[in-house]
Ligand binder design. Sequence first.
Ligand code: GLC
Ligand code: CA
Length: 540
Amino acid sequence: MDNKWWKQAVIYQVYPRSFQDTNGDGIGDIPGIISRLDYLEDLGIDAIWLSPVYCSPQADNGYDISDYRDIDPIFGSLADMDRLIAEAKKHHIRIIMDLVLNHSSDEHFWFREALKGKENPYHDYYIWRDGVEGCPPNDLTSGFGGSLWEWVPELGQYYMHQFSKKQPDLNWENPKLRQELYDMINWWIDRGIEGFRLDVIDHIGKVPDDKVLVNGPHLHELIRELSASTFGKAGLVSVGEAWSATPETALLYSNPDGSELSMVFQFEHICLDQQPDGTKWDLMPLPLLKLKEVMNKWQTRLHEKGWNSLFWDNHDLPRIVSRWGNDSDEYRALSAKMLATLLHGMEGTPYIYQGEELGMTNTPFPSIDDYDDVETLNAYHVLKAKGWSEEKLMQAVHAKSRDNARTPMHWDDSAQAGFTTGTPWLPVNPNYTEINAASQVNDKDSVFSYYKQLIRLRKEIPVIVDGAFCLLLPDDEEVFAYHRKNDEQTLTVLCNFYGNERTIDASALIPEGSRLLLSNYTDAEDANVLRPYEARMYLK
Ligand code: GLC
Ligand code: CA
């Protein structure tokens, strides 16, 4: 076991728009994050992954960058960012920035120059194909609906965009472009940034003429060059977002020799509640046995040969307690704690998305007009054109819209949940009077306090960091149980995934001499019974 700090760390994702507003414009900002560092230090996290705060027209909430070397005025200034880095350090928190390297905004200087003509030096920073209007180079579609290609009449060319048309793809085959990106990353490293999350990194090696968007033939070569020129050279943590990752490719990405990245976000578990041949909008109940199989595969395949990231939530996903838990008043806290136990007992680096530590829930808005997210709005129109009924559409939106996780953070039970004194950019979930940080931080039985214990246990108990994973009861349709083992210790995690009471054979699952470390029920237990959503962790 090497002593890389991020192997014992828990990382907290801040979605700045929705975290804390300080100037009443309804949009969270960097001074707001600074004002909540005490809260984050109390929770015990080691680092913040900060979603993009760079200059951006906000067509995709900052994932469309128009200046990589400055802060968007809605979030603050470069001086605020420097202050955040310095203040976080005093709270023993590192700052991990989001790097969107697959595409820029169409309002970036490079793209505005590129539009001036084929001879412009910046033209080749993007991906163009000659053509005639109405005949795009191929029938590939963008991740947010519609064609992959956008026509520019003045040039007689199409440009490629894997996301919205305001996010033109950067041409990674151009060495000058790559060098500009590396210089920019090093500029942030010099300012004190201690790690990076790499947005859709599996897309950068695209070969659109061969209809290859992810996992291009030169992808890993490109990542190795990127790493060696920037964060890898500096020994910083890096996590790549890779929806296409398999255990095989993850072993390359997270090779312990450090040549690529520290770890990747893989999404195999996240896609289990959608129809196998469909998109995220084609809903299906979660098959628990499949979840066990997938988690088991990733845990065992990467052990000692790579490194996992562990997450249920982020700014693109619905809230886990509403998704695979039970967000009723009766079971919300119990099921949130159960899901946390299940994940935080595994091998890898856990990520907590803001509000997850409070058990925040989805926010189903009544009408599509209440939604802000570009992906949700585009999908709604594409699926409506395909003949989906309004009822089916809204059911899918309520289940999967990215706005579920993007409503403002619940700080207290005052107006707008203490997020803003103005009008929030996206409405606050009305349940903030019940679910909020102020009511949980000093309550030892709260979801917050439970997360705090899980974070502390990872720092105290070596087997949580390095133990080999061993799935128990693989065919049980309701109980998710596993061991983690090293030479000295055995951790046992038992989780009742549903609301039925279950009997188990405790003596067969829990090694003799184990002690109970943590449980989401406070009263005395009958070891052979798992109550609704009951979770227990034992150590021997
Ligand atoms: C990633 C981001 C998502 C964004 C997309 C395009 O998936 O997490 O929010 O829309 O990339 O940049
Ligand atoms: Ca603000």
